[in-house]
Write a protein that binds this ligand. Structure first.
Ligand SMILES: C[S@@+](CC[C@H](N)C(=O)[O-])C[C@H]1O[C@@H](n2cnc3c(N)ncnc32)[C@H](O)[C@@H]1O
Length: 424
């Protein structure tokens, strides 16, 4: 990917993490289409120095770097996207320092009004709903809002969400398999209840919106309530792969330390902690909403509930989990890229249901990185437990970093792998 140029503006844009398939670019036809549209329609009297731009879900920075607007706010739930965008800004020595926000920031969109909003349609409708409901609080009658995505990723259900939150919505013709979405903001929109009436004193109105877009479900063995914020993996029910992994996991792990790597709702680490109250658990994910979900799942099920409620009352959703791994009882929560920032040679167990997609592209890059870093973080007696779809060939990559790798399950769709004796 090095030195790949964006056809529009001669920028050098790379993906992060670097993909194993070098033909994967750091921009798509959807980025090109929206940039072309914005370029054609931006009012020439409006200076890029003053326009207040909100870009939501930019993947690698193609939109942000090409527009190069001075007052840009970037909202992404993905730490990987944030890293990617920042690196591309630096790589091109751009004079733009966007404000990165995520919904766990205390200053999340407080008192903001935007003139231009570009939103890449996210994979999950729950995240789209949450994001549009928040955006609806920060627009004025002249705000231009454009949704964008590849046609295969834009469905009727997405358009219905745009319509229900922002009003009548039109779409463009498809171009190079990409499509744009144009909500038609009318004056009636600004008079209706669509914009929730937020008391001026409330410093975090989005907490209510986040709460109303969250889900919980219960499982019986062991009895546990799982919390899933918008867009988080398997927030509606227990993933079959995770269920299979839990069946094979040793039930007794006394006085040990464990990492729930790519924790999502935190189901794996929380169940392990409930079965082993002396266990120290570290939850990591690159999704801010994932780590917040894990925090909720853990604190609800494990800690002394009253104490936890008091502890989290004011800080709920306001901690920047990325900067401070926060501690509740015996659990630590960290938004990080795989296991970055955790000590080497220090853990007894790692549980992992690795992702095999980054956004909409299939990739083994992240899983392989998880195995490499997992082997480094484990102590010499440590074990890494992995669940995967049968068709994914993880054993070969695991053998590069562990001396012993065995398949311990015979489920027809999933395999559970146990990797131990990390190579030094
Ligand atoms: C298949 S899901 C598993 C979620 C959860 N452990 C479960 O079993 O339900 C994979 C998780 O890995 C996370 N992830 C993806 N890339 C990551 C990275 N570079 N670092 C940390 N987590 C990552 C995703 O956000 C997602 O929550």
């Amino acid at each position: 990917m090095n030195n790949d140029k964006n056809q529009f503006h001669s920028l050098t844009l790379n993906r992060y993490p670097k993909p194993s398939d070098p033909s994967l670019k750091a921009w798509s036809a959807a980025d090109e289409y929206v940039l072309e549209n914005i370029g054609q329609n931006i009012d020439q009297n409006v200076s890029t120095e003053t326009i207040r731009t909100l870009i939501v879900n930019d993947q690698f920075g193609a939109i942000c770097c090409t527009l190069n607007h001075k007052h840009t706010t970037l909202w992404t739930d993905s730490l990987l996207s944030k890293i990617s965008i920042q690196r591309n800004i630096n790589r091109n020595s751009l004079d733009v320092s966007p404000r990165f926000i995520n919904q766990t920031d205390s200053c999340f969109l407080i008192n903001e009004q935007f003139d231009l909003v570009i939103i890449r349609v996210p994979k999950h409708n729950s995240l789209l709903t949450f994001q549009l409901e928040c955006i609806a609080q920060h627009i004025h009658p002249q705000t231009r809002i454009v949704g964008v995505g590849m046609t295969k990723d834009i469905h009727k259900s997405n358009l219905k969400i745009f319509e229900s939150i922002l009003g009548e919505t039109k779409t463009s013709l498809a171009k190079k398999k990409a499509r744009l979405i144009f909500p038609q903001l009318t004056s009636s929109f600004f008079k209706t209840d669509t914009i929730k009436n937020i008391p001026a004193t409330d410093q975090s109105p989005h907490r209510d919106i986040l709460r109303s877009n969250s889900k919980t479900y219960e499982i019986k063995e062991p009895s546990i309530k799982v919390f899933g914020l918008p867009g988080v993996f398997s927030r509606d029910n227990l993933d079959i792969g995770s269920r299979v992994l839990l069946e094979y996991l040793p039930k007794t792990l006394p006085n040990k330390s464990l990492i729930d790597l790519g924790c999502g709702t935190g189901i794996l680490g929380t169940i392990a902690a409930m079965q082993n109250p002396s266990l120290r658990v570290t939850f990591t994910d690159e999704s801010f909403l994932g780590v917040e979900s894990a925090r909720e799942t853990f604190t609800h099920n494990f800690n002394n509930k009253k104490e936890t409620a008091e502890q989290t009352n004011d800080s709920e959703f306001s901690l920047s989990a990325e900067e401070n791994a926060s501690k509740y009882g015996k659990a630590f929560f960290k938004v990080t890229d795989v296991l970055d920032g955790l000590p080497d040679n220090s853990y007894d167990y790692i549980l992992c249901n690795p992702p095999f997609h980054q956004q909409n592209v299939q990739t083994l890059t992240i899983a392989n990185q998880m195995f490499r870093e997992g082997a480094r973080k484990l102590n010499p007696q440590g074990q890494m437990w992995i669940v995967a779809n049968r068709h994914l060939q993880y054993k070969t990559s695991l053998k590069k970093v562990f001396n012993k790798v065995s398949i311990v399950s015979n489920h027809k769709r999933f395999i559970v792998l146990l990797a131990s004796n990390p190579k030094r």
